[in-house]
Design a protein around this ligand. Structure first.
Ligand code: NAP
Length: 344
């Protein structure tokens, strides 16, 4: 049996989500792939860190944080260790990076990713920061070290989009993409179509944990812009930054506009799109669009995400699925780990 050692950097929602999957799916994976993942390090800002080359007690770590405690009570606790120190000292084949996103600087995640790659470890991340800003550089850096840098979960959580396009649409030219890339705003627009005013729809999204207390990243379209940049640079061969994407959020949409669209057989969606224009330049935008009901994206309601690839050989291909969530995003890291294990 092949054993791969794993370090988890950032033990919040996603870090804990993937830890649960690693525990719950161990037997299945051993049977299907003859692979076992062993977590040898966990590092978190407030919760502390664990380091044990023979494997940490992941169930105990999950229990400790579920009770609101820290990792200090678990075997292998290393009080005061930073993530960078943990990456420098751990015995791991794969580092999972699941700390906070900062789309302006990419930190601290970019430093974590570079440190892991430079030690010859594969990296999988759900953090858009390093991928929006430095995807190509980090992929090349990993290739030079003969390791992988994967980031399926940065777009539509564990719903396969990047790997689907790169593996299953290989041979097609992807001429453009358009999608519902932010679940919070899609949930709000669905509620507004059901008659709720903007403020009530936002309050409800906040109550359900979809929207942050400061909801700008979602409602102003910044989160979707990051995903459009990732898709454009990875799948359309672009070299764009967030400032190159025309952006308009959903804050100015009125109930009247939504009713008018419905009367015309259309439905508003916050659409992230990118395509190559005639001269070769990339046109990328995030903006509310009233789609005809015949468009597959128009039928996607609630917090669900969807992405249509416009291809030369298949025409439009649409993927619909979760765009966020503890298990859903934890799964994206797990899928990346299996991809690494199959090639390792
Ligand atoms: N949740 C989702 O559905 C989802 C979907 C797609 C992508 N993502 C991305 O996945 C990443 C993780 O998301 P999440 O929902 O798990 O966030 P989260 O619950 O806020 O967890 C992030 C964790 O990272 C820790 N952390 C921050 N800086 C650190 C550092 N320098 N060293 C060690 N640990 C550090 C935090 O520690 P403390 O809290 O203890 O300070 C926290 O436990 C983010 O980049 C997010 O954008 C999330």
């Amino acid at each position: 049996m092949k054993k791969l050692k794993v370090a988890i950097i950032g033990f919040g929602t996603v870090g804990q989500g993937v830890a649960e999957i690693i525990l719950n799916k161990a037997e299945d994976l051993e049977k299907s792939d003859g692979v076992a993942f062993e977590v040898t390090a966990v590092s978190d800002m407030q919760k502390g860190s664990l380091l044990d080359a023979t494997g940490v007690d992941l169930a105990a770590a999950l229990n400790a944080v579920k009770e609101g405690g820290t990792l200090e009570s678990c075997g292998g606790a290393m009080p005061g260790r930073t993530a960078i120190e943990t990456i420098a000292e751990c015995d791991a084949d794969i580092v999972l990076e699941a700390t906070y996103t900062d789309i302006k600087t990419g930190e601290p995640a970019t430093s974590h990713v570079k440190a892991a790659i430079d030690r010859g470890m594969h990296v999988a991340t759900t953090n858009k920061g390093p991928v929006v800003l430095f995807a190509r550089e980090l992929i090349d850096r990993a290739a030079a070290k003969k390791v992988r840098f994967l980031f399926e979960g940065t777009v539509m959580s564990g719903t396969p989009t990047l790997s689907f396009a790169m593996r299953n649409l290989a041979g097609c030219e992807i001429r453009g993409i358009q999608g519902i890339l932010n679940g919070t705003t899609n949930y709000m627009l669905t509620e507004m179509e059901n008659g709720k005013p903007y403020d009530e729809a936002l309050a409800q999204a906040q109550e359900l944990g979809y929207a942050e207390a400061v909801p700008d990243a979602d409602v102003e379209g910044f989160d979707a812009v990051g995903k459009v940049v990732i898709l454009s640079n990875l799948l359309l061969g672009a070299k764009i930054a967030p400032g190159d994407v025309d952006r308009e959020g959903i804050t100015k949409i009125t109930p009247g506009q939504i009713a008018d669209a419905a009367a015309a057989g259309k439905r508003y969606k916050l659409i992230g799109s990118a395509k190559r224009a005639a001269g070769g330049a990339i046109e990328a935008s995030v903006r509310p669009v009233a789609l005809p009901l015949s468009d597959p994206l128009a039928g996607v309601g609630g917090a669900t995400n969807a992405l249509t690839f416009d291809t030369d050989l298949l025409g439009p291909v649409t993927v619909v699925g979760a765009g966020a969530g503890r298990t859903e995003t934890g799964f994206s890291l797990y899928a990346d780990m299996i991809e690494i294990a199959r090639g390792a």
